[in-house]
Design a protein around this ligand. Structure first.
Ligand code: CP3
Length: 362
């Protein structure tokens, strides 16, 4: 963005530069789309853009356990930058995991390759609750350090911080690991709503602490992942989940940064999810974006939603799918291009580069 050649001091200042972060262009396409202004190109980034699909990631991670890599500021920064260097995506996402804050407050959680988070002592009663104390920025010094390094390196590219939402975190803690049905979690909700709300309340607090550490260190946006909220019907979502998620998002209302909220299989929840207060609603690939925007209603941008398996289609089929997402996304008030869920590890990075080109070419 050029600087106005006006004669007043004000006009001479680089007006588009962010007051929050001097290096950042407030008119970066990602930020404009999130604010429902029309950028010249549709911004694109990929959930899990840093990860096993990249050979350079596999090199850095070799011999380093997942959680340990999330506690090393140099590794965090380097892994976060890898997809930016390779693809020139319009935003970087901070390399971490939704269970990092749980580990930081002392819970015994591991991330098992090919499985996901595994919790040694699942939380199913009052006693388990006691293990959940609030998170302070001092609990995650590697996060604040890495954010500072990244802001210096990223220049004009916005950095997205993130956390898991209370329901998705609770599911791992209650089930003890990944679950297809989330049956134990729902059992807890239905049979002991008081304990459920107490658990979700503590997780909201921890999530706010983890996001606060990232926001105060300077991230340019946040994404709240409620990946497994789609396991709930709308009534249960509103009753057991929405108030806690709304509390997390409200805590960042006055920080002047976009708040993105995303879950998988949430087509039937989009109206309710839009009401919890995010600026941008992430949509998985099962609902067309124009229909999603209708369900989400006015005043919010959308993010999504190419099927992550579309990368395995022939180039012409893939190009048609990308242009369909763009066409439908253009009907929303703002559109950030993404996949409908994370990059699959088997993805050819060359195809991701092709998608970035297609999206930027419009
Ligand atoms: O690039 C990015 O998107 C940032 C990195 C990121 C990771 N986890 C790194 C990671 C993000 C945003 C997450 C969030 C996360 N973690 C979510 C929400 C997003 C989603 O996918 O819905 C969830 C549900 C988790 C829990 C989790 N952690 C799972 C299900 C897995 C995959 C297990 C496996 O091996 O398939 C993890 C591990 C994990 N987190 C990996 C990465 C890159 C893979 C581990 C590895 O590379 O060894």
């Amino acid at each position: 963005m050029g600087t106005a050649s006006g004669s007043t001091l004000q006009a001479a200042a680089p007006a588009a530069r962010s007051a929050r972060r001097p290096g950042l262009d407030e008119r970066a396409p990602f930020l404009l789309a999130a604010r429902r202004e029309r950028p010249q190109v549709t911004p694109v980034w990929f959930m899990r853009q840093a990860g096993r699909a990249l050979p350079e990631y596999r090199v850095l991670r070799s011999g380093v356990p997942m959680l340990r890599s999330c506690q090393d500021p140099e590794l965090i920064a380097e892994i976060t930058l890898q997809p930016i260097r390779r693809f020139g995506t319009d935003a970087a996402i901070f390399f971490s995991d939704i269970v990092v804050p749980l580990v930081a407050i002392g819970l015994d959680v591991d991330i098992v390759a090919g499985t996901g988070p595994v919790v040694a002592d699942p939380i199913r009663d009052e006693r388990g609750l006691a293990a959940l104390r609030p998170l302070e920025p001092d609990d995650v010094p590697y996060v604040t350090d890495a954010v500072r390094t990244l802001l210096a390196e990223l220049g004009d590219t916005p950095l997205i911080g993130f956390a898991g939402a209370p329901f998705t975190l609770a599911s791992y803690l209650v089930e003890g690991g990944p679950s297809r049905t989330h049956a134990r979690t729902k059992q807890l909700m239905y049979r002991n709503p008081r304990l459920w709300h107490a658990l979700a309340d503590r997780l909201a607090e921890i999530t706010i602490g983890f996001l606060r550490a990232q926001v105060d260190a300077g991230v340019d946006a946040i994404q709240l992942f409620d990946s497994w909220a789609g396991a709930l019907d709308e009534t249960d979502y509103r009753r057991y989940v929405a108030p806690h998620t709304a509390r997390v998002l409200a805590a960042f209302e006055n920080d002047g940064i976009p708040r993105i909220h995303f879950g998988v299989n949430t087509g039937e929840l989009l109206t309710a999810m839009a009401e919890v207060g995010a600026d941008v609603v992430g949509v998985d690939w099962r609902v067309h974006l124009d229909e999603a925007a209708r369900r989400i209603g006015p005043g919010r941008a959308v993010q999504g939603n190419l099927d992550p398996t579309a990368v395995f289609a022939p180039a012409d089929v893939l190009a048609d799918k990308v242009s369909d997402v763009l066409l439908r996304g253009a009907k929303a008030e703002g559109h950030i291009f993404n996949l409908g869920h994370g990059v699959l590890p088997e993805t050819d990075p060359g195809v991701l580069a092709y998608i970035v080109d297609l999206v930027h070419a419009g």
